[in-house]
Design a protein around this ligand. Structure first.
Ligand code: HEC
Ligand code: HEC
Ligand code: HEC
Ligand code: HEC
Ligand code: HEC
Ligand code: HEC
Length: 491
């Protein structure tokens, strides 16, 4: 800042904005906010994925600083006019005092710019992290964060699935982040969070970054362990060979992952929000162009092309990382892992019964579960461990504050507790000339290699056993009509 007393008046008026320390400081703050925005944008260019809360930084925080800087400039100018009318900030570099002041000012401005750079980058990194997504909005995200921590994807960052790479979604999620912030501040977020998420990125662009269907080959051998609701909690297990199928050398795909084969497109129409009722399915053979439409007999509605959804990973893997176990499944898992002792009579049915009672808060549930089990088993050995196990099941899978549990977030991967595969594979979906989506064959998707308990589980069948079910009339109903996971209606 040289003494500009002699410069042209037009030039002088423009410079007057900067001719006091307050306005200068304001200018530095405003400039830093622009600098921070540029820095954030360039950071995003070099990082493989984007951060959904960029919007917060770029559209909320940065403008606040920018306008605060502008305000300081105006205030500085006003003050200067009032205190020293016509006066100017005169920095005379021949004067040691001015040299010192200017030096201090430049040093402060430089430190401030540096802090802005570090601060905005740190904020950026933080908002991109799992802690931020999972814990910042503590109440609304608790169910998803808790279930995520015990899922196979516990080491995959939230943004890998919820945002993914690329520019288009980055802008969408940025705006969304701002909108969500207001919902959290005002407490207007829905309880439970409504699913399916309308703005979730297509699975092809997220899941397929790490998994791709051509790689699924052969079968998965999986055993499902259960305990009956009898006095001795009798074990009953089913060992399945799941025909996950996948790619053959010529590009054709068979088995379960046929639905996401690059050669076919499977589309469907659901009549409810949760996509549990599917009366209409269309398969397009992308090589020959042949189209097949399957409908249920009672569906006469109009097919609105805009409502049609193309099937992808999420139509079966609805809960890859937020699995809300039903009390039935969760108690079975706790007995299998030994946390809950099978030796306690009726423990399976009593635990399920106490878990499905209505509670208003997690704290209330913890107390009542402890009191209830202790009253039921006043003398049982190891009851403290059982109480801890059942409380653990509750806190991992039930979220009364958000009204979230297995009833509102069904998993479509199988067909026992929610209809899942049987939404289409139920024998009721047929073409005009009577061909149905296969359903009658229990060996279509898996073979039962063994079932029962103890030594029965060692007798494997290569071709598959018929399912041995406690109630032989089971084939007259869909599994989920009886197996509701422990009971109770939706909240
Ligand atoms: C492996 C991928 C994946 C990861 C990692 C992931 N999610 Fe999800 N998330 C999903 C899918 C798939 C859905 C279900 C969407 C639907 O039903 O439309 C979902 C749903 C949600 C929902 C809606 C409510 C619900 O339960 O369906 C919230 C909220 C959510 N996720 C938050 C998070 C948070 C927070 C993290 C990180 C702690 C995270 N997600 C990590 C895939 C993922
Ligand atoms: C950033 C990489 C990444 C992304 C994105 C991702 N996954 Fe995974 N997924 C993994 C890893 C790693 C495992 C293996 C975990 C293990 O073996 O414990 C896995 C495991 C799985 C499994 C097997 C789980 C089991 O029970 O053994 C399924 C199914 C799955 N992912 C589906 C999905 C779906 C659906 C999506 C999209 C919503 C998705 N994944 C997105 C990395 C990813
Ligand atoms: C028609 C339903 C369906 C669709 C669509 C589907 N899957 Fe699967 N997937 C399954 C079933 C069933 C299994 C067997 C495992 C189980 O039951 O949990 C499985 C297993 C897997 C596994 C574990 C495989 C292994 O070898 O451990 C991964 C990973 C996976 N799927 C990813 C995907 C991805 C990614 C997509 C989308 C491109 C997808 N799936 C589409 C039903 C489906
Ligand atoms: C939206 C409807 C829909 C859902 C949901 C669905 N399927 Fe299918 N599935 C189909 C259709 C349509 C076919 C092809 C029927 C035909 O053309 O013969 C098919 C075919 C199959 C096939 C035979 C593939 C081959 O080798 O040709 C298997 C196996 C299969 N489905 C498994 C599953 C499993 C497992 C699930 C649940 C995890 C599931 N499906 C969910 C619609 C569906
Ligand atoms: C369209 C494909 C498909 C058909 C048809 C099918 N299943 Fe399944 N089934 C599955 C899948 C997928 C799973 C695995 C679910 C999971 O991973 O949680 C499964 C799981 C099971 C289980 C183990 C469930 C548990 O929790 O113990 C049993 C038992 C079973 N099926 C019996 C049958 C019987 C009986 C039939 C014939 C009436 C049948 N399935 C027809 C796809 C199918
Ligand atoms: C008519 C009602 C009904 C239908 C339909 C039904 N089940 Fe069951 N199922 C039962 C009852 C009752 C039990 C005994 C439960 C107990 O003792 O805890 C049982 C037990 C089981 C068990 C062992 C114990 C457990 O708790 O899991 C499996 C596995 C099972 N059923 C799978 C299936 C499958 C798969 C289907 C569909 C193919 C099916 N069920 C259809 C009523 C039914």
């Amino acid at each position: 800042m040289q003494d500009k007393e002699n410069s042209a008046p037009r030039n002088g008026r423009r410079r007057a904005w900067f001719q006091n320390w307050l306005s200068l400081g304001g200018a530095v703050i405003a400039a830093s906010s622009i600098f921070a925005v540029l820095l954030l944008f360039s950071t995003e260019l070099f990082l493989p994925r984007s951060n959904p809360y960029m919007g917060l930084l770029v559209y909320v925080l940065a403008p606040v600083f920018f306008f605060a800087g502008l305000a300081l400039m105006v205030i500085g100018l006003r003050l200067q006019r009032r205190l020293r009318p016509g006066g100017r900030l005169v920095v005379d570099l021949t004067r040691p005092r001015d040299r010192k002041r200017l030096g201090v000012f430049i040093a402060c401005a430089a430190v401030f710019l540096l802090c802005t750079a570090i601060g905005s980058y740190q904020t950026y990194q933080y908002t991109d992290s799992v802690q931020f997504c999972g814990t910042m909005c503590h109440v609304p995200m608790k169910p998803e964060y808790t279930t995520y921590l015990q899922s196979p994807h516990a080491r995959v960052a939230c943004v890998e699935c919820h945002v993914g790479p690329g520019a288009g979604w980055y802008v969408r999620s940025k705006l969304n982040g701002v909108h969500q912030l207001f919902d959290v501040m005002l407490g207007t977020y829905p309880r439970p969070i409504q699913t399916p998420l309308g703005n979730l990125r297509p699975a092809k662009e997220t899941c397929e970054q790490c998994h791709w269907p051509q790689r699924f080959i052969g079968g998965i051998d999986r055993t499902f362990y259960h305990y009956l609701s009898d006095e001795s909690n009798s074990p009953f297990a089913v060992r399945l060979m799941l025909k996950v199928g996948g790619g053959a050398a010529n590009g054709t795909m068979t088995g379960i992952h046929w639905h996401v084969s690059p050669n076919f497109k499977v589309e469907y129409l659901a009549t409810d929000r949760q996509r549990q009722i599917i009366p209409w399915v269309r398969v397009t053979d992308l090589k020959s162009g042949k189209v097949t439409v399957f409908k249920t007999a009672d569906f006469h509605g109009k097919v609105d092309e805009a409502q049609i959804r193309t099937m992808d990973c999420l139509d079966c893997h609805t809960r890859p990382s937020h699995r809300f176990l039903s009390p039935d499944e969760a108690v079975d898992a706790a007995i299998t892992s030994g946390q809950l002792s099978r030796a306690i009579p009726w423990i399976k049915s009593n635990s399920v019964a106490i878990l499905v009672r209505p509670y208003h808060t997690t704290d209330e549930a913890m107390q009542k579960i402890a009191a209830g089990l202790r009253a039921e088993y006043p003398r049982a050995a190891g009851i403290d461990r059982a109480v801890a196990a059942v409380q653990g099941i509750y806190s991992q899978n039930f979220f009364p504050e958000m009204k979230a549990d297995w009833r509102v977030h069904p998993d479509n991967i199988g067909h026992k507790i929610s209809n899942g595969c049987f939404r289409c594979h139920d024998g009721n979906h047929a073409t005009a000339n009577g061909k149905t989506i296969p359903a009658d064959n229990c060996n279509l998707c898996h073979t039962i290699m063994a079932q029962g308990s103890g030594t029965q589980l060692r007798k494997l069948s290569a071709t598959g056993y018929d399912f041995f079910h406690i109630d032989s009339t089971y084939q007259d109903f869909s599994c989920a009509q009886c197996h509701n996971g422990g009971g109770g209606s939706v909240h």
